[in-house]
Design a protein around this ligand. Structure first.
Ligand SMILES: [Zn+2]
Length: 432
């Protein structure tokens, strides 16, 4: 693929005009201003377009598209226990497969190239993402309420190992993390075992941390005053690279542990707002040296998988909630959603448009009234652009979305299957 005479965003999120980009074998083969020889493959004309690194959605539960809009106006605790868990108990592998494909279409149409996903039936989720051409770090969110249960006997444990084996024969797009749902949904033996599993296989550990004040305070009551971060540290969790979702209620000691252990915080601002969990001081976390990255969470929580909306809201919330108009400038929040997200997935050859990097990118149509004029490209992208401005999304050199079309997915079939499956589950929940 050759992208001709386009404006790209460089590593510092600054625009560079009149660039030719050649993609070969899934990577950027050339990025620069030299005239390239006549090319026989796909050629994209860069006029009025902008090319930037694709978005990394670092905390998602992609099959939850099927539960979008099902639990409204509830606290996280009621939302989970009264609406989400009962629905999820009815979801089989094929439901998760089709829910994941539905999610991929929404993600790709909004410029997302990779997700860090936590769910169950992960072999089916992985199959959907792999077939659709998505990139993902997948984990099963291990959970248990029985201290006597052997962690190795859990389906999620076995699936984690099976997917790890399967991923070794793939092209690197699908990777595996160890998932631990949260402190409040696990036992201490399970937390210690999950930490050990990650250590034994050199994997990252993905978990929810201090999402709500209730969770944070109840953990302290359960564990002799230890916050979720301190409790996880005591259980060996931070001996691994940790991806902690939310981290709304961290205290100073928690932040020091996260910074010292080089952990990553996945910031899901719209879910935190909608479920009334609070607004984490992410600009402060970043000043302390913690890698903070952007995520949507599942579509049941904030009701969409629109990473551009998260970028916008993260930039606004950091300023408004902490009375600092200089917090999270546009270039910084764009890096959080791209190259820093790639680092959180331990993909060092992704997230930047430079020769040798994986060809993950988004092309936006800039010929729009709401993007005119352009005083500052990054500001236009963060505050003015819409997901519908995405013209094309490419993952490892393969086009997964272009101009309203999904070349890797049968869109009508997936929508039909999803509605049919949701009707079946809701019928059972309603006792029909
Ligand atoms: Zn989550």
């Amino acid at each position: 693929m050759l992208i001709k005479d386009i404006t790209i965003l460089n590593r510092e999120m600054q625009p560079v005009d009149h660039v030719n980009v050649l993609v070969e074998n899934g990577r950027f083969a050339y990025v620069g201003r030299e005239e390239l020889p006549v090319y026989s493959g796909t050629v994209v004309d860069g006029a009025n377009k902008l090319m930037m690194p694709g978005f990394y959605n670092t905390h998602c539960h992609v099959p939850m598209t099927l539960i979008r809009g099902f639990g409204e106006g509830l606290s996280l605790n009621d939302w989970l226990t009264k609406k989400m868990f009962p629905f999820e108990r009815e979801m089989n592998g094929e439901d998760c497969y089709y829910g994941a494909l539905l999610g991929v279409m929404e993600l790709a149409a909004g410029g997302c190239v990779s997700i860090s996903d936590m769910y169950f039936n992960i072999m089916d989720v992985a199959r959907a993402l792999d077939e659709a051409g998505m990139k993902a770090n997948i984990c099963h969110g291990l959970s248990s309420s029985d201290p006597g249960q052997r962690p190795e006997s859990l389906k999620g444990w076995k699936d984690t190992l099976a997917l790890l084996e399967q991923s070794k024969t793939g092209d690197g797009r699908i990777k595996v993390d160890v998932g631990l749902h949260a402190e409040y949904t696990s036992t201490e033996p399970l937390v210690r075992a999950a930490a050990g599993l990650a250590r034994d296989h050199g994997l990252a550990l993905h978990t929810h941390i201090s999402e709500t004040r209730k969770e944070h305070e109840e953990c302290r009551q359960r564990h002799g005053g230890l916050t979720p971060v301190r409790y996880f540290k005591a259980c060996g969790v931070f001996e691994n690279p940790v991806l902690g979702a939310h981290c709304v209620w961290l205290d100073e000691g928690d932040r020091e542990i996260m910074a010292e252990s080089r952990a990553t915080i996945s910031h899901c601002i719209s879910a935190n707002l909608k479920l009334a969990s609070g607004i984490p001081p992410v600009a402060g976390y970043m000043e302390q040296g913690i890698n903070v990255v952007i995520a949507t969470d599942g579509a049941a929580g904030n009701n969409n998988l629109n990473v551009m909306e998260e970028i916008h809201m993260a930039a606004l919330a950091a300023k408004g909630a902490f009375l600092n108009p200089a917090a999270l400038p546009p270039e910084q929040v764009l890096k959080m959603a791209t190259v820093n997200g790639a680092k959180a997935q331990r993909r060092e050859d992704c997230g930047v448009i430079e020769a040798g990097f994986k060809a993950d990118f988004v092309i936006l149509d800039m010929d729009k009234p709401h993007l005119t004029p352009i005083h500052n490209v990054a500001a236009n992208l963060v505050y003015s652009a819409q997901a519908s401005d995405v013209y094309m999304t490419v993952i490892d050199g393969n086009t997964v979305y272009k101009d309203g079309q999904f070349p890797t997915i049968d869109c009508e079939r997936v929508k039909y299957e999803c509605v049919k499956r949701v009707n079946r589950i809701c019928g059972r929940l309603n006792g029909r």
